[in-house]
Design a protein around this ligand. Structure first.
Ligand SMILES: [Zn+2]
Length: 251
């Protein structure tokens, strides 16, 4: 049975939001040069079965795994749970896809605590089709090979707002990448580069607020000595780090 009050409230909320809807096909942000944050740790849980995703839903990068990273792609799941996304990606008749991180939804345990790392950063996760690109990123294709992918759990209906924490932690994740990858410069939506097929992260995702948070150091955790050392090491080396599932930081 439908609760009329809730329906009325929902439609009022949706009317208010319609005035503020963004166009996800235009979501693009260029990081300011010379303003990279000091490296810090992020609240990250390594997915226990990360090895399976590394082996079955990721490729070796065709560009350098550190110097070759130039972008972060923002996605939303169009489903209501982290498990739903993981199962869809895993299904051979389903998404056959992946991303480096999943940002949990409001009603999930990890919300407010941690993001889930599903693929090593050193590998190309499968989150954008190889033939997709855009003039704003120089018309370069094989986007998976020069980016990191973040998937936010959100149903992408006009009643499912992104939580403050989801927006803030995704911005912090971008800042974490910015500290780590010396050539990182682009942050953009999946919809920007695949507008015929995709609309994520959707019109409810407040791109202006999000990019304002990326540009601000106000919520950065303190610089961390281990993270500083890791980044120094990463910048110095030319090979691929050799980390295992369970390591508390994945490159
Ligand atoms: Zn997407």
């Amino acid at each position: 049975m439908t609760d009329f009050t809730d329906v009325r409230r929902a439609s009022a909320i949706s009317r208010v939001r319609e005035g503020n809807l963004g166009n996800p096909k235009t979501y693009f942000f260029k990081l300011p040069t010379g303003a990279a944050p000091r490296p810090f740790k992020i609240p990250e849980k390594i997915y226990p079965d990360i090895a399976w995703y590394n082996a079955n839903r990721a490729s070796n990068r065709i560009y350098h795994a550190v110097d070759g990273i130039e972008g972060v792609v923002i996605h939303a799941t169009a489903g209501g749970s982290t498990d739903g996304a993981l199962n869809w990606w895993r299904n051979p008749n389903g998404g056959k896809a992946s991303a480096h991180w999943i940002v949990p939804d409001e009603d999930e345990y990890g919300h407010g605590r941690e993001v889930l790392a599903v693929v090593y950063e050193s590998l190309a996760a499968w989150h954008v089709r190889n033939d997709k690109t855009h003039a704003l990123v120089g018309n370069r294709d094989h986007i998976n090979h020069w980016t990191l992918g973040i998937e936010i759990v959100n149903s992408q209906t006009n009643l499912d707002q992104f939580s403050d924490w989801q927006v803030a932690i995704t911005a912090l994740l971008v800042r974490y990448c910015w500290a780590k990858y010396p050539n990182l410069k682009f942050v953009f939506s999946h919809a920007l580069v695949d507008p015929q097929r995709r609309s994520d992260p959707g019109p409810q995702f407040d791109w202006g607020r999000f990019t304002g948070m990326i540009a601000s150091d106000a919520d950065d955790p303190p610089a961390d000595n281990e993270a500083l050392a890791l980044v120094a090491n990463v910048k110095a080396r030319s090979g691929f780090p050799n980390l295992k599932p369970g390591d508390d930081c994945c490159m």
